[in-house]
Design a protein around this ligand. Structure first.
Ligand code: ADP
Ligand code: MG
Length: 195
């Protein structure tokens, strides 16, 4: 066997898992579940979230049903690799708040043998794909799409309804600004500033 083939054969293989869906669909819950299972398997884990997400806690990822797991806050994706040299499993929540460099960073981490679990909103409040999630979905080995419950009719919901007036793509909030809605009950309110 030649040397490069031998290295490839014996090196641990990494991969990327993406958990995506609307708000309240259980992405953070699912991320925490996978991270806790990795801990049970005695793997070294490290969890990150973007600085912008300070809704429930500064130093934890927190689900809407109050499950929490310690996380490190980073300002951008480039900070992640230097903070997880010895981690075997890396969790990243609220991936839609990072820029497109997150895609390369996740590739780099997975190439170096790590299991990378990324959770994020796949659509914004207008139901437009929320970058960098489409890119991450394209390169991931494993994809899970979680669905919430439509607050109007109880059907499975894959959209996020903004219930306050704002046309910014990013408006950090939870039940104060957003609801889970199905395709039928999701309404995009026209942006008055474009009139
Ligand atoms: P996400 O990270 O996708 O926003 P979380 O994992 O933080 O979601 O929260 C999921 C939890 O939110 C559910 O287990 C449930 O307790 C709660 N929840 C509140 N509203 C809804 C809804 N409309 N549909 C489903 N779950 C909801
Ligand atoms: Mg979440």
């Amino acid at each position: 066997m030649n040397e490069s083939l031998q290295i490839r054969t014996f090196k641990k293989t990494g991969h990327i898992e993406v958990i995506c869906g609307s708000m309240f669909s259980g992405k953070t819950e699912e991320l925490i579940r996978r991270i806790r299972r990795a801990e049970i398997a005695k793997q070294r884990v490290k969890v990150f979230k973007p600085k912008i997400d300070n809704r429930y806690s500064e130093f934890e990822i927190v689900s809407h049903n109050e499950q929490a797991y310690p996380s490190e806050v980073v300002s951008n994706a480039e900070e992640i690799p230097e903070k997880c040299f010895d981690a075997e499993v890396i969790g990243i929540d609220e991936a839609q708040f990072f820029d497109n460099n997150l895609t390369d960073i996740c590739q780099q981490l997975a190439d170096s043998g790590k299991r990378v679990i990324v959770a994020g909103l796949d659509q914004d409040y207008r139901s437009i794909p929320f970058e960098p999630m489409p890119q991450l979905l394209a390169i991931a080995e494993y994809i899970t799409k979680t669905l919430a419950v439509c607050v109007i009719c109880g059907a499975p919901a894959n959209r996020t309804q903004r219930i306050t007036e704002s046309s910014e793509q990013i408006l950090v909030g939870a039940k104060n600004h957003y609801e889970a809605r199905c395709r039928l009950h999701h309404i995009v309110i026209p942006d008055k500033s474009n009139n």
